[in-house]
Every structure is written in C-alpha cells, then in structure tokens.
Write a protein that binds this ligand. Structure first.
Ligand code: ATP
Length: 464
C-alpha cells in the first residue's frame, strides 16, 4: 500500500501528463458577464470529454447575451454544443456547481450556484483562433442584442418639471410599428437598393473613420400623402433596430433649443422631421410680412410696423429656428457629436423645398414615394389577401400601367382590407374603385433629379 502523499503525487503527475499529451486546450469562464478576452487567455485549466459535446452550432452567442443578465435559458445546465468557426471546431459546455461552505458567504439563497462555461479548442488552433473567435462572438452578441432590444419612439416637448429647469426634453414610448420592408408596397428594386444602402451605412464605421466623415446619413422622402413615407420610416427603423426621434419643429423656437434637443439624441437613432416644408421657413428670406411659423401659425399683417415693433421682430427672428440653423447641426461641427445617426426629412411638396436642402451633399438619398404601381399592388395583395395571382390581376395591371390610374397604396389598402377571406369580392371592388375618376395630388419629381447628369454627379444624392 502506497502512502497517501505518494498516491496524490502520482495522480498529479498523471494529470499533468494527460494535459500535456492532450491535443485539446480548455478555457474556463466563470461568468460571461465578467469574462474578458484576458480571462479566456488566462484560464487554461480544464479538459472536457469530447464525446459529451456536439449539438447545435451558434447558440453560444445567445447564451452569452442571455447570461449577461445572469440567466441561462439557452444552454441548459450540463448542456454542451459545438460551434464551427472558419472551418475549425470549438466546444462549449455549461456546468453548474452548487456552492458550499465559505463560497456561500455573502450570497443569498438564490445565488447558491456558480455557473461555469468551458470552451475547448484544439491546441494547434489556439493562437490563431482565440482573438478572431472572441471578436466574432462579440460582434454576434452586439448584433443579437440590437435585434432583441425594445426600440423607443421619442417626441419632443418642454419639460416643466422643477428639475429640468424648463429644458427641452424628449419623452419616449416603446416603438412597435409593424411596418417592415416586406409589408411596404414599392418597386422591389427600390426596396433592395434602400436596404443595401442602410446595411452598408450600418456596417460603415471603418469607412466613415477612414474618409474622415461623420457617421451619419440623410434621406429625403417625398411624394403625395398616403404613399408610405411614414411606413418607410418605420420599416427603416425596424430594419436597423434604431430608436426614432420624431422632431416636432413647430415646438422648437430657436436654434439653441434645437441644438439642445439634438445633442440629447443617442447613437444608432433616426431623427425624423416630417413635413419639413410646413415646419420651418424654407426661403431664408424673412420679412416682417411673411414670417415663419410659430407654434404652427403664420402671423401675416398688412399694416406697416412701427420702429419698435421692427426692433422686437428682429430680435425675435434672430432667436428663431432657421433652415441654416438646422443644416448647421446636420452638416456642421455639431453633426459629429454622435455616431450612427440617420436624418430623415419628409415632404409632400418637394417643389417648395429650399435649394440648400436639395443640394448635393445634404441629403444623401432622395426617395420618391409615388402612386401605386402594379408591382406595389402585388405586394399589398399578398399581404392583405394572401394571393399571388388572380384572374383580375391583368385588369389591375392595365389600369395601373404607367400611372394611368393614380391611386395611393393607402387607398388600395383601404379596399384590400375589406375582407381578407373573400378575395374575389375584394378584387371586384378594387376594379370598380380603380375605374372611378380619382382626385390626384400633384406628384412632383425632385428638381435634384437633373443633378444626376451634371458635372457634380458624383456628389449628387442618390435618387430612387
Ligand atoms: N407604400 C405602402 N406600403 C404599404 N402600405 C402603405 C403604403 N403607403 C401607404 N400605406 C398604408 O397607408 C397608411 C398611411 O400611409 P403613410 O402614413 O405611411 O403615408 P404617408 O406618405 O406618410 O402619408 P402623409 O404624407 O399623409 O404623412 C399606412 O398605415 C399603410 O397602411
């Protein structure tokens, strides 16, 4: 019989030998929350049996995020999975240890367990794989977090609470608009282009850094009422998972108030100014007679102003919000006080917009939301009636052909929603509706369309 010390020594040596000969290496990570890349490098401790592993790939990322809230619903206790990264295998195991004695001190009864995640990789991959894999996990985790967070819709108003000092503040509600690029009735090619543009913007951090530009992008949505401008904004927000700041400019009375509000907006957000032509004096030519709106009201008068009134007006005007004040924020030095910002202006009257707003370099993309085309109608028919074809489709096509019948997607939706279970009846009603003469809204193209062909074409906004 060997003495106890010798037995322990032998078993230790065997352990070392086993670890040394083992082609695998393991990293033990006590809590994902506290685990950093350094810990992964340091914790070379445990070896797991490879036969225990092998289930679903890619769930590691989910586990990591969920666990950041100290829960682990995705990888069950004792569960193991195998992940594949650039053709190499990595194994994860989740184990839970009951705490006893000293380790229980200072913990409530709910925290009587320690969770442990063990990552096992092949030794030969170690130096190559770990830094890359951790970057990959972090990127996936950030993406997943973004996909699953609750988006917010902010609106501006003056906060009268004694703590705010009457500052202009945003108030928010959860943003749960159902519009997506799948429900948006628009030419599929345009949708693909817009999605591509948003995606490259979202992934463009390094590009914007390299070229020394603020990480922001501007879209101008224009077209008649009911063509889907608001739906497009919601679809963009849902696609990007950005918060939306709906800026009510008629409630902002000076450039400094505007700056105060814009500074408070967070990264990864969309700032929307709807009906820009109604919200701000676009001409920049201010006279006492044709003053800009205040609180949504015009203050015209025909009798001459007294010198005092003129002085007062000048003072008043100088403190009021102007197009140049807005553009200063969007283009000037202030534009860099945040990352990943999207600015969207909408208008039903592109012809009324100041040239300064349409100039190349201002709004990166001009999106024309127009009357319903046949391709757009087919999207609505699929969404509302769950049909991809119908004997009356050719009639609809010929009625909508080249804008012969000018109806908005909103008007078409109103008919299609009548009865989802009776497509024949709905299609009859739609044909009758399309054959009626329609009152149309002037649908102007952006004057900037011409810019595509001029010498500044490269700097011109993209036109869709
Ligand atoms: N392109 C579209 N695709 C799908 N649904 C649409 C589209 N356009 C309009 N609709 C339907 O009509 C409703 C009103 O549209 P929306 O508010 O997006 O139009 P708008 O162009 O923003 O109008 P306005 O200029 O009056 O603000 C939407 O809730 C949606 O149901």
């Amino acid at each position: 019989m060997l003495p106890r010390e010798v037995k322990e020594l032998v078993s230790k040596c065997l352990g070392f030998l086993r670890t040394y000969l083992d082609p695998y290496i393991c990293f033990e990570i006590p809590e994902f929350e506290s685990a950093s890349s350094n810990e992964l490098y340091k914790n070379v401790q445990l070896h797991l049996n490879a036969n225990d592993m092998c289930k679903v790939a890619n769930r590691v990322v989910l586990t990591r995020i969920r666990n950041s809230k100290r829960t682990c619903s995705n990888l069950a206790e004792g569960e193991s999975i195998v992940d594949t990264f650039e053709g190499r295998k990595l194994w994860w195991q989740h184990s839970v240890h009951k705490l006893q004695g000293e380790s229980m001190q200072g913990r409530g009864s709910q925290e009587a367990h320690d969770r442990l995640y063990t990552l096992k990789i092949h030794k030969r991959d170690r130096d190559w794989i770990i830094p890359r894999y951790i970057d990959h996990i972090n990127a996936r985790a950030a993406g997943y977090k973004r996909q699953n967070r609750e988006m917010q819709l902010y609106t501006n108003g003056k906060n009268s609470s004694m703590f705010s000092g009457g500052r202009h503040m945003w108030q928010s509600v959860p943003f749960r608009h159902p519009s997506t690029f799948d429900t948006l009735a628009m030419e599929p090619a345009s949708i693909a282009r817009i999605k591509g543009d948003l995606k490259s913007f979202m992934e463009g951090k390094h590009f914007f850094e390299r070229v020394g530009r603020a990480w922001k992008r501007g879209y101008l949505l224009y077209g008649p009422p009911g063509t889907g401008k608001s739906s497009m904004i919601a679809a963009m927000a849902n696609f990007l998972k950005y918060d939306v700041y709906d800026l009510e400019l008629t409630q902002v009375f000076s450039n400094s108030e505007l700056r105060q509000l814009l500074i408070q907006t967070t990264n990864r957000s969309i700032i929307v100014i709807e009906d820009i032509d109604c919200s701000i004096n676009l001409s920049g030519q201010r006279t006492p007679k044709s003053r800009s709106r205040r609180g949504g009201k015009d203050c015209d008068r025909s009798d001459p102003f007294s010198p005092n009134e003129l002085d007062k007006l000048k003072e008043d005007e100088s403190s009021r919000i102007t197009l140049s004040g807005l553009l200063n924020f969007t283009d000037g030095l202030w534009s860099c006080c945040g990352d990943e910002r999207i600015l969207i202006f909408t208008t039903n009257h592109i012809e009324k917009l100041d040239a300064a707003l349409l100039r190349p370099g201002r709004m990166d993309m001009h999106i024309h939301m127009s009357y319903c085309t046949f391709a757009a109608f087919k999207i609505l028919a699929r969404n509302y009636l769950m049909i991809d074809t119908h004997p009356l489709f050719p009639t609809v096509e010929s009625l909508l052909h080249e804008g012969r019948c000018k109806v908005t997607p909103a008007q078409v939706s109103e008919v299609l929603i009548l009865d989802k279970d009776d497509p024949d009846m709905v299609m009859d009603k739609l044909i009758a509706f399309l054959q009626k003469p329609q009152e149309t809204f002037p649908d102007q193209h952006a004057p900037a369309d011409d810019l595509q062909s001029n010498s500044e074409a490269k700097a011109s906004p993209l036109i869709i």
